[in-house]
Design a protein around this ligand. Structure first.
Ligand code: XMP
Length: 327
């Protein structure tokens, strides 16, 4: 198949009408490419794979099988949202795999950040490949590759992470319907496809998920503290008009404890670090100036609602010197 590229004179998709026209065109192209064959998609719940899923459901319905792998490092409510939106509302053929134990068992005791990433990435491919082998007659693999992915891999900035890394026996032809779009265009198309705004405009979330926000060796209890504090932070940002305004915000729970007092007794517990940053391209970032009252409210909620936490800190470090994530 000829290499499809973004035409130099392509009009930026900035209106619902342009998005609708793109959707109609891609539906036709996907139908031509796939015919009556079956397509597989790894649906993470991120913007790109979600938009591809919604588009393919429109184009080929039940010929698409989506696989959602829960690696146990997702944010609170994420797997539930994927199931609700795609299986219940859009009637997609969705396989949900809860692989939490597999991932956390493999990660037990692993402290080195890149080693953790490698295990998460490798295990993800293994789980996905196992599911793919259970299915008969799949010839296509759909991917949420977008135009910046292509440009970055051509410029040698990063390896084209979408190109699967699947074992050789799984030799699929690729279906990449949003490959020529920039991120803002993918979002516009997602809205027109009827995806919830919260899914389309969500903040960036790293592939290794909460795993890089639980520094050092991941334990289930500390991971739970990350997940619960992150949920509180997101809820409070949404309530206070900061959702969609601050580029990325999350919590980190380092592997150290400090002395505190709870219910009149000594409590030797973890601290939660809040990070909230703004950036254009993630190469450098500035720290959001959070209102003091909101910080106090966050401290109250997190120390009273999150098990094992007695302290909350705010990270004032811009990038550089600090990266956005802690690992
Ligand atoms: P850093 O920490 O390098 O992060 O300042 C920059 C942006 O990249 C995201 N990030 C990742 N995304 N896999 C991903 O898909 C990763 O391993 C990864 N590490 C960092 C980070 O969330 C931020 O938006």
């Amino acid at each position: 198949m000829a290499e499809i590229r973004r035409p130099d004179d392509m009009v930026r998709i900035t209106t619902p009408e342009l998005a609708d026209a793109f959707i109609a065109e891609q539906i036709k192209l996907v139908q031509e490419q796939v015919g009556d064959k079956k397509v597989l998609l790894a649906l993470s719940g991120g913007v790109d794979s979600s938009v591809v899923a919604a588009l393919l459901i429109k184009a080929i319905g039940q010929q698409l099988t989506c696989v959602h792998v829960n690696h146990g490092l997702l944010r609170k409510g994420e797997p539930e949202q994927v199931i609700e939106v795609f299986r219940n509302q859009m009637k997609a053929n969705l396989i949900y795999v809860d692989a939490t134990d597999r991932f956390l068992d493999k990660l037990a005791g692993v402290t080195e950040p890149e080693e953790k990433r490698k295990i998460i990435g490798g295990e993800f491919i293994e789980v996905f490949a196992e599911e793919a082998r259970k299915l008969d007659g799949v010839e296509f693999l759909a991917q949420g590759t977008i135009w910046p992915d292509i440009l970055e891999s051509e410029n040698g900035i990063k390896a084209h992470h979408n190109a699967g890394g699947l074992p050789e026996d799984l030799n699929f032809e690729l279906v990449e319907p949003v490959k020529i779009l920039f991120k803002d265009e993918v979002r516009m198309v997602g809205v027109q496809l009827g995806l919830p705004e919260g899914m389309v405009y969500r903040q960036p979330f790293p592939g290794p998920g909460l795993g890089v926000r639980c520094p050092g060796a991941i334990t289930r209890d500390r991971l739970e503290a990350v997940r619960e504090s992150d949920a509180i932070l997101r809820e409070e940002f949404a309530k206070n008009g900061l959702e969609g305004k601050v580029w990325q915000y999350f919590t980190v729970v380092p592997d150290f404890k400090s002395t505190g007092i709870k219910d009149g007794k000594r409590a030797f517990e973890w601290c939660v670090i809040i990070r909230a940053v703004n950036t254009k391209d993630a190469m450098s970032a500035t720290v959001e100036n959070l209102p003091f009252e909101l910080m106090q409210h966050l401290v109250n909620r997190i120390t009273s609602e999150v098990k094992g936490v007695n302290r909350v800190l705010y990270d004032f470090t811009p990038k550089p010197t600090g990266t956005i994530e802690y690992e």
